[in-house]
Design a protein around this ligand. Structure first.
Ligand code: E4P
Length: 217
């Protein structure tokens, strides 16, 4: 499973990138707002840091606006994936932009039927939002499973990009189901290394080591 980082915080991306944990980056208008930076400047900086796809989202509601914005965003760098919402206008924009050979990430997906439409419109990525479904007592993981089944049934090449991930368990479940990609905030990816028994075991080993009076260097 590829790891995308869901942030426009360049320091956080750099820290994970140094460890080889970043296969791509996703942003959205809220994350750009949070960064406090100009969308083109921050997106360019991210594209220069990361070799993989960097999703930048359009903000128009109509297809022509999305197409025009998508073409502008694509000029930022060769690794831009244009993000459009899962509306009829977004699907139309997806069809046009993917037909031009551009990567398109169809976002705000909350049902398997929507995901089927995105694949037929030529999406490079479909982004089902797990956490936001869980927030309203629906099952985000069931959606990932359903999309996996549908895409495999018909050999769609659209990649499932599990999004709105809130926990380490979400990452594990997405990997078990076979999501192609998971995008998560930096703190979730860092937390994947944590285990209380690792900490406890290390403390015990180092306490015993101290009593030997030895050094390695
Ligand atoms: C995906 O591309 C979105 O940017 C993101 O995963 C949304 O996550 P949220 O529901 O935590 O805002």
């Amino acid at each position: 499973m590829k790891f995308f980082v869901d942030t426009a915080d360049t320091d956080a991306i750099a820290a994970l990138n140094d460890l080889g944990m970043v296969d791509g980056v996703t942003t959205n208008p809220s994350l750009i707002m949070k960064s406090g930076r100009d969308i083109k400047d921050v997106t360019k900086q991210i594209c220069d840091m990361v070799a993989g796809p960097v999703s930048a989202e359009t903000v128009a509601r109509d297809a022509d606006g999305m197409i025009a914005e998508g073409r502008v965003l694509a000029q930022i760098a060769g690794n831009i994936a244009i993000k459009v919402p899962l509306t009829w206008a977004g699907l139309k924009a997806c069809k046009v932009l993917s037909g031009e050979g551009r990567m398109v990430n169809v976002t705000l997906c909350f049902s398997a039927s929507q995901a089927l439409l995105a694949a037929k419109a030529g999406a490079t990525y479909i982004s089902p939002f797990i956490g936001r479904l869980d927030d309203v007592n629906l099952d985000g993981m069931e959606l990932i499973e359903d999309i996996r089944t549908i895409y495999d049934n018909y050999d769609f090449t659209t990649e499932i990009l599990a999004a709105s991930i809130r926990s380490v368990n979400h990452m594990k479940q997405a990997a078990l189901i076979g999501a192609d990609v998971a995008t998560a905030p930096p703190h979730v990816i860092r937390s994947m290394a944590d285990h209380v028994l690792t900490d406890r075991g290390l403390d015990a080993f180092l306490k015993d080591w101290e009593t030997t009076g030895q050094t390695i260097l």
